[in-house]
Structures are given as structure tokens and as C-alpha cells.
Design a protein around this ligand. Structure first.
Ligand SMILES: Nc1ncnc2c1ncn2[C@@H]1O[C@H](COP(=O)(O)OP(=O)(O)OP(=O)(O)O)[C@@H](O)[C@H]1O
Ligand SMILES: [Mg+2]
Length: 259
């Protein structure tokens, strides 16, 4: 349940604007890869190309390849909806469906995908997904209550449960802790550590300590100036990026000298 991503010579556009230029990288399965870099360098844009969410914006497109286990996600016969099922996403702000019950929130992705499932299987899936997201014990007695009644950190774990309920191979997370308090943040970080046993995980974060704590590999993106495209500067083992990166700009960034 974890697949490898190979990105080859990817250029990412919004209309005529080249937002991210010439990225090539490999994301290893069963590991956590962190994307770091200053605001506007294209981390979210690049992340969204990994599950074909980028192209839902009018005029947005890519050149190059994104391969999942050797299959080009942008191939002519590939269904973008199937891609988004295989490569799940968790957003910056927890976004459960507010009026939907906790149970139905977990099942929402499965139902959207028109998968018919028996009541007993649905119950099992709700429990296993909530356990997977480390939320089961906190909500098992109130599965019928609305998702909006949970704390921010619980809502984010509910969104993670919803994402893993469709049994993805890859989980993309765009600053999943930026709206959370330190305790909830640690809970999500612990969860990411558990989930990497089964999934390929990519996390965008502005928090250097978080990148250092949770990730195995780190990719540093940078931008030369406004209107210029973002670029991947270097990618290496997280320990190397934080102790002895190859590029001076990486060192300046991780040591807090800019950005
Ligand atoms: N929907 C859009 N239409 C046009 N340009 C966009 C769109 N979304 C992002 N951009 C532009 O693409 C570039 C990269 O933005 P992106 O949001 O990917 O950066 P980021 O690294 O995620 O920044 P942050 O750290 O602030 O989240 C920016 O110049 C941004 O203005
Ligand atoms: Mg972003």
C-alpha cells in the first residue's frame, strides 16, 4: 500500500505563467518526504500536480512526467479521478463536511467514488480508518454527531481518516498542522510516523523543526524573485539538509537567515 513517485522534468504553468520549473525527483515509498521553502516558491503548486489537482484550475497545466510505480499519471488513458483516489490529499485547514456526522465524514470519499459497500463493511471501515488516524477512542461514542463539533486537531485527524478510508497509496499533506495548537500538532506528527509504515507521505511545512522531526527526506524549493519560477534547489536525507546541505541557499533557509 505504498508506491514510489518519479517526477521527470516537470514544468508547471498557470496560463502563461511558469510557476515551477524543471523539477525532477523521486519520492520513496514507506517514507516521509518534506517540502520546504519560502512562501510563493511553488510547494503547494507542485504538490497538487502529484494527484492531478493542479489542472482543476482553469488554464493550469504541466509539461513533463509524474510516474507512480512507472505509470505516467498524465498518460492519455489515465482517469484523473482514479489518480486522486490513489493519491490522497489533506489540506492546510481541516475541512470536514460540517453538517455530516463523524461516521459519514469518514465514508464521504468512499461514497463519492460510488463504491457500494455493505453496512457491516462500512462500520468496519469507519473503525479501522478512525483507528488509523488515531481518533477512534475520542469519537467512538459519538459517531452520529457532526464533524464540526470536534476540536481543530480532531477535525484534522478526521480528514486524515477520510483520506485513508479510500485506501490510497500516497498521502499528500499541505501544511496539515499550520492551523493547530502544539499538542494537536504533536498528535498529527506521531500519526504521520505511524502512517509511513503503510503509505508514501509527502508533507509541506514551514516549520523547520517539524520537517526535521517527521521526515526522512527533505526537498528545498526556492524562488529567485517575484514573477520568477520556483525551483527545486536540492533534495537529500533530512539529516543532511539540516546539517550539511550542498547549497548555500539551503543552509541560509534552514538556519532561519531568510524566508
Ligand atoms: N490559482 C492560481 N492561479 C495563478 N497563480 C497561482 C495560483 N495559485 C498559486 N499561484 C502562483 O504560483 C506561485 C506558487 O504558489 P504556491 O501557492 O504553490 O506557493 P507555496 O510555496 O505553496 O507558498 P506558501 O508557502 O505561501 O503556501 C505563486 O507565484 C502564486 O502566486
Ligand atoms: Mg502553499
Amino acid at each position: 500500500m505504498a508506491q514510489r513517485i518519479d517526477v521527470k522534468d516537470l514544468n508547471i504553468y498557470y496560463g502563461d505563467f511558469l510557476a515551477v520549473q524543471d523539477v525532477s525527483m523521486t519520492v520513496e515509498p514507506k517514507s516521509v518526504t518534506a517540502f520546504i521553502g519560502p512562501s510563493g516558491c511553488g510547494k503547494s503548486t507542485f504538490l497538487r500536480t502529484l494527484n492531478r489537482m493542479h489542472e482543476v484550475i482553469p488554464g493550469a497545466r504541466v509539461e513533463g512526467k509524474v510516474e507512480l510505480e512507472g505509470v505516467d499519471l498524465y498518460g492519455a488513458d489515465v482517469d484523473p479521478v482514479a489518480v486522486r483516489r490513489t493519491v490522497g490529499m489533506v489540506f492546510q485547514r481541516p475541512n470536514p463536511f460540517p453538517t455530516m456526522s463523524i461516521r459519514d465524514n469518514v465514508l464521504a470519499g468512499v461514497k463519492l467514488n460510488n463504491r457500494r459497500i455493505s453496512k457491516a463493511d462500512a462500520e468496519d471501515l469507519v473503525e479501522s480508518s478512525l483507528r488509523g488516524a488515531n481518533l477512534w477512542n475520542e469519537v467512538k461514542d459519538r459517531l452520529e454527531k457532526p464533524g464540526s463539533g470536534l476540536s481543530g486537531g480532531q477535525q484534522q485527524r478526521l480528514c486524515i481518516a477520510r483520506a485513508i478510508a479510500v485506501k490510497p497509496q500516497v498521502l499528500l499533506m499541505d501544511e496539515p498542522c499550520s492551523a493547530l495548537d502544539p499538542i494537536s500538532t504533536i498528535a498529527i506528527e506521531d500519526l504521520i510516523g505511524d502512517l509511513k509504515q503503510e503509505y508514501t507521505i509527502v508533507i509541506v511545512t514551514h516549520n523547520m523543526q517539524q520537517a526535521a522531526r517527521v521526515s526522512d527526506r527533505t526537498a528545498f524549493f526556492n524562488i529567485a524573485g517575484t514573477g520568477k519560477p520556483g525551483k527545486l534547489i536540492e533534495m537529500d536525507d533530512t539529516a543532511t539538509i539540516f546539517s550539511s546541505p550542498a547549497e548555500k541557499s539551503t543552509e541560509d533557509y534552514v538556519s532561519g537567515r531568510f524566508g
